[in-house]
Design a protein around this ligand. Structure first.
Ligand SMILES: Cc1cc2nc3c(=O)[nH]c(=O)nc-3n(C[C@H](O)[C@H](O)[C@H](O)COP(=O)(O)OP(=O)(O)OC[C@H]3O[C@@H](n4cnc5c(N)ncnc54)[C@H](O)[C@@H]3O)c2cc1C
Length: 460
């Protein structure tokens, strides 16, 4: 019976950087990575060329080597304030130190050396002033932009490197169950039973529902997390140019006047495209990305507006809540993303093909269905989004214009927050949980840092 030192479930950034660091600290350790999706070279999405989703199972956008990172926009957030809750686990200073370390690794594997948002230009000062005047909180976060295509190449290099240093990678091999004996992990069940001293679950958002079921089955302690629900906004590049040129990724937070809810801008893609992301059961939700090269840029910019919802007793299923709302949208649109003009959103009427046809802004998501988001989103979320757009208009004049496009639903499922100790160990001995799937992180950088931090603590 072969026994591994470590089994890593899920080959996203958190799993990859855990393996990388474990091997760096002990090159003799034996690591098996089990991944539900394909190796990076086989992660092709037909929709990118044909515009039509053929429902690959598993989806090549969210599964496979590099996880959700492979086709992401590849924006590395270099501030510890962005991309997750890691500082509350390992401390602010340690997170900062590890961000620097991981950033250097991304550069070593091919990331662009340019960092956006570092200089204190007159432009940034003016944006900050306008933000304060409009009661918006500007979170300053330097960004290294890999871009989708370069990010993909970097992860391809990482895959090659892991194989060269002896990490065993097994693709199209989803883990179905875990093996526990007397409160200690023994291994996992995938194509067959695999045994290890330590098991790391780093399954991302894609695997969070599976992991939630595992937590329930084996009484792994969790706490109720948040869910972020909202829309993706699309406008012309001219409208957001000042923000984009000065900051690339402007993060603005607003506490809404009516409900005092937190709404934030997220994942800004100047010259980018709005995209559909499919989750289990073919659930279509909206996302966005942009290419690095100027030839591939569009005339539009897109970004998400997300309302953070935290639930209290007796409700404890934020993932199910988010999915329920997304399903409602899918039900009305024939399993697609809905697009609505801001004027129609405000007036409570459907965007029709005719209204969209004469719109100033042409949607980059060609198969989005013109519809009515008020039939999908709860009133509270509609109100929050509307108030945020009005506040944003003071900083980005024109964003509240009639033709601005809102796509729905955008949902971020990072809600099954697993209770872990400092080294990310769960209440099952030698079972560790990392990354987005454990509700710890929300972005590439913090997920990667989470992997490194785990490896260092375990090897201490
Ligand atoms: C379209 C898109 C754009 C994004 N853009 C950015 C960006 O620009 N900047 C940024 O910081 N973040 C971005 N993100 C978020 C970022 O990709 C994630 O935060 C990050 O990838 C999380 O890393 P992870 O390792 O925790 O999980 P993931 O990257 O999700 O990886 C988890 C892996 O586990 C696998 N898995 C799941 N269940 C199982 C199972 N049962 N058995 C085996 N394997 C399993 C999955 O197939 C997946 O490959 C984007 C995400 C998407 C979807």
């Amino acid at each position: 019976m072969k026994k591994w030192d470590y089994i890593i479930v899920g080959a996203g950034p958190s799993g990859i950087f855990a393996a990388l660091e474990l091997k760096k600290l002990d090159d003799s350790c034996k690591i098996l990575m089990l991944e539900k999706g394909n190796p990076i070279g086989k992660r092709t999405c037909p929709k990118r060329t044909t515009g039509k989703c053929v429902g690959c199972n598993p989806c090549n956008i969210t599964t496979g080597f590099a996880g959700a990172g492979a086709w992401s926009d590849g924006k590395l957030s270099l501030s510890e304030e962005v991309g997750g809750n890691l500082p509350s686990y390992i401390g602010r200073e340690e997170t900062k130190k590890l961000i620097e370390y991981v950033d250097k690794l991304y550069i070593k594997f091919g990331a662009d050396k340019k960092v956006y948002g570092m200089d204190e230009s007159e432009g940034i000062k003016s944006i900050r002033k306008k933000a304060i005047e409009s009661n918006l909180n500007l979170i300053e976060c330097p960004i290294r932009h890999m871009g989708t295509e370069v990010g993909n190449t970097i992860y391809a290099e990482l895959q090659k490197h892991l194989q060269e240093i002896g990490v065993e990678l097994s693709f199209r091999n989803p883990v179905k169950d875990i093996l526990i004996e007397k409160g200690t992990i023994r291994g996992v069940v995938a194509d067959k039973e695999h045994y290890a001293d330590k098991v790391v679950v780093s399954v991302g958002r894609e695997g969070s529902e599976w992991f939630k079921a595992i937590c329930e089955k084996y009484e792994i302690d969790t706490e109720v997390g948040d869910v972020d629900i909202g829309v993706r906004v699309e406008t012309r590049r001219e409208i957001t140019r000042e923000l984009d040129e000065n900051m690339y990724e402007s993060k603005l937070v607003y506490y809404t006047p009516t409900f005092d809810d937190k709404v934030r801008t997220f994942c800004n893609n100047p010259g980018g495209e709005v995209s559909t992301e499919y989750y289990e059961d073919n659930l279509a939700v909206v996302n966005g990305h942009s290419y690095k090269s100027e030839e591939k840029k569009t005339k539009n910019t897109n970004f998400a507006l997300l309302v953070t919802k935290h639930f209290t007793e007796p409700f404890n299923s934020p993932i199910a809540y988010g999915k329920h709302i997304a399903k409602l949208g899918n039900m009305l649109s024939g399993n697609k993303v809905i697009v609505q003009r801001y004027e129609d959103f405000r007036r409570g009427r459907r965007t029709t093909v005719q209204r969209l046809g004469r719109n100033n802004i042409v949607p980059t998501l060609a198969d989005a269905v013109p519809g009515d988001l008020s039939l999908v989103l709860p009133y509270r979320i509609m109100k929050d989004i509307d108030e945020m757009i009005k506040a944003l208009d003071n900083i980005v004049p024109g964003i509240a214009s009639n033709g601005t496009l809102l796509y729905g639903v955008e949902v971020k499922f990072y809600s099954n927050r697993v209770k872990v100790g400092k080294n990310f160990e769960t209440n099952i001995s030698s079972l560790y949980a990392l990354g987005d799937g454990a509700g710890i992180t929300r972005g590439l950088m913090q997920a990667s840092v989470n992997g490194v931090s785990f490896a260092r603590q375990i090897m201490e």
